[in-house]
Design a protein around this ligand. Sequence first.
Ligand SMILES: [Zn+2]
Length: 434
Amino acid sequence: MDILLKNIGIITGDMDNPHIEEGFVGIKDGIIDFVSSVNDSMPELKARKIIDGKNRLVMPGLINTHTHCGMTIMRNFANDLPLHTWLFDNIFPVEARLKGEDIYWGTMLGIAEMIKTGTTMFSDMYLDMDEVAKAVESSGIRANLSISPIKLNSGDNKIIDETDKVCEFYKNWNNNADRRITVSLEVHSTYLFSREWLEKSAYIAKKLGIGIQIHIQETKRELAESIEKYGITPLDLCLQTGILDAPVIAAHCVYLNDNDMDILKAKNVSVAHNPTSNLKLGSGIAPIPGLIERGINVSIGTDGAASNNNLNMFEEMHIAALLHKGYYNDPGVVSAREAITMATSNGAEANGLNGITGAVKKGMKADLIIIDMNKPHLCPVNDPVSALVYSVQGSDVETTIINGRIVMENRVLSTIDEELVMGRVREIAKRVIK
Ligand SMILES: [Zn+2]
């Protein structure tokens, strides 16, 4: 055994056996070798590393299904603005000043923050994905990295065909870094991609056999412009152009009519719910209870740190569980258990890793987090699932294990020099934020 967690509370994420009050988790060669209760008869276990789980809970690592990790550079820049002004007049001009290496450091900072708040996998959409992949490789995190077939934001509104870069990126990185990297295609949105490029993108995704990450129906304006230009919603346009024939993570989905919901269900699209970003940009509130009721796979994302303004999935899970209760005057919607499922196994499914990560279960990847419950705000625990959603803070994550490797122990990162990364990002921000 490489790592043994003993006498620990276990939230398995496995619906057959969701909670083990006190048990053991064994990890070998990056895989969960066994999960058992203290009441089971156990052989004497030896392990290279033993972690005592007294007053600790272990759960599947959280999966952030929509972010732009490198945007940490723009954290707390351009606030209290609507999406269109925020993006076109503030974010894009700063992004035009970013160099490749800046993206690496911004991504490293985001990964450091995510590991420290219990995220073991993220789905990313950003510039210079080679730099992002390098950061994922060296940090030990798992990621689904989407790369755009066109270059946007080139200053003069010219669109540059970068299909060759997509193919090269796929060749270099798909299933690379100990199989921690999945490559997908970025189709930013139907407002930045023409009909022709939506069709081309669908073809590229099909040819390479990869998924697509896209922003869909985030604002009223986006919806109205699509109706005006094409006579149909962005989702319908995606359906017509073949985008939805690939496995798709659709971020936001705030404004959906019944037909849109039918499309999501029929095409098996995964929705990434980003409640903080939607609230902060004044975009609106996505109809999540309705999506869950229809059996649509809903996961959770933070969006970038420039519209959140953090990448803390515990906070996101908390808001997702509260928001809809108030909005629909119904405390029964988005239960604590549903919120955890959205942030773990539904995230795995969105990334095509269903049954591979997202649960504490024998045979699955050892992507786990240990939470220190020995704190005043977590005492007494009473109901651990509710505690995880309503009381636990991201900073209560004590240890993070990804692919069987301890990447943070007792709040100390083992793969990232935090001080160095923060220093570099402070310098970059000084240069590019104007
Ligand atoms: Zn986004």
